[in-house]
Design a protein around this ligand. Structure first.
Ligand code: CA
Length: 240
């Protein structure tokens, strides 16, 4: 498997969910996102959206209001009354002000009226993700390893480390569940998303690379392989 290119622009492999029933528009947006450092999943119905939100950690949701099986505002309402606090950017074809106000009242973080220019959508998303207090704005730490989930900076012993994008993402997945077993399927989902065509050992390749990198820099953490189950990151050097 080829080395993933690192992107200098943001080096930020954040996963977004686009909820949009207009396939043409969804494909267009996906195409635009392909050249950015964001990973984008797509749901075409409210039911599909609610199902994937339950199973994946998204950094932000782009939400169309007019969906075939319900209004996007219902999704927003359910997100806001539940435990989830992820940022939501509402897309609406209606220029009706009351809809927009309703969206903001229910806890949408921003909205855009269709049609919109992609650079503006991207700029607004970036702004939402950088906002202080956003879901991702936190430092993850285990032993002498630190990951700033906003700047994507990894450091060991206070020394900044150059880590490629996907390895940083893998580190984040494992750090968020430190000292717990993380199922391989979850790592796979979060690392590669819904659409990518994967080799069967894709996860192993990245685990191997990250493990080696951490060892080389004398990180005080180890990635253990739990055969047939997944991985576990624990404090203490030496990998299993
Ligand atoms: Ca729609």
């Amino acid at each position: 498997m080829p080395e993933c290119p690192t992107r200098n622009e943001t080096d930020s492999p954040m996963r977004l969910l686009l909820v949009e029933d207009n396939e043409e528009l969804a494909a267009l947006i996906a195409q635009q996102f392909a050249s950015t450092s964001f990973a984008l999943d797509h749901a075409g119905t409210a039911a599909e959206a609610l199902a994937v939100i339950e199973t994946r950690d998204y950094a932000l949701v782009i939400l169309d209001l007019g969906l075939p099986d319900g209004c996007g505002l219902d999704i927003l309402h359910r997100l806001r009354t539940g435990r989830r606090s992820l940022p939501v950017l509402v897309l609406t074809a209606r220029s009706d002000v009351s809809d927009r106000v309703l969206g903001l009242d229910l806890g949408a973080d921003d909205y855009m009226v269709k049609p919109f220019a992609f650079p503006e959508l991207k700029a607004r998303i970036t702004a939402l993700l950088r906002r202080p207090g956003a879901l991702l704005g936190q430092m993850l730490e285990l032993a002498n390893v630190q990951l700033d989930t906003t700047s994507r900076e990894v450091s060991v012993h206070g020394q900044a480390l150059r880590v490629p994008q996907r390895e940083t993402q893998l580190l984040e997945i494992l750090l968020r569940r430190a000292e717990r077993v993380v199922p391989k399927s979850l790592v796979e989902d979060q690392l590669f998303g819904l659409e990518d065509d994967l080799g069967s050992n894709a996860v192993e390749v990245y685990v191997h690379r990250l493990r080696k990198r951490l060892e080389q820099h004398e990180a005080g953490v180890a990635i253990h392989t739990i055969r047939g189950v997944g991985y576990l990151m624990s404090a203490g050097a030496g990998a299993a």
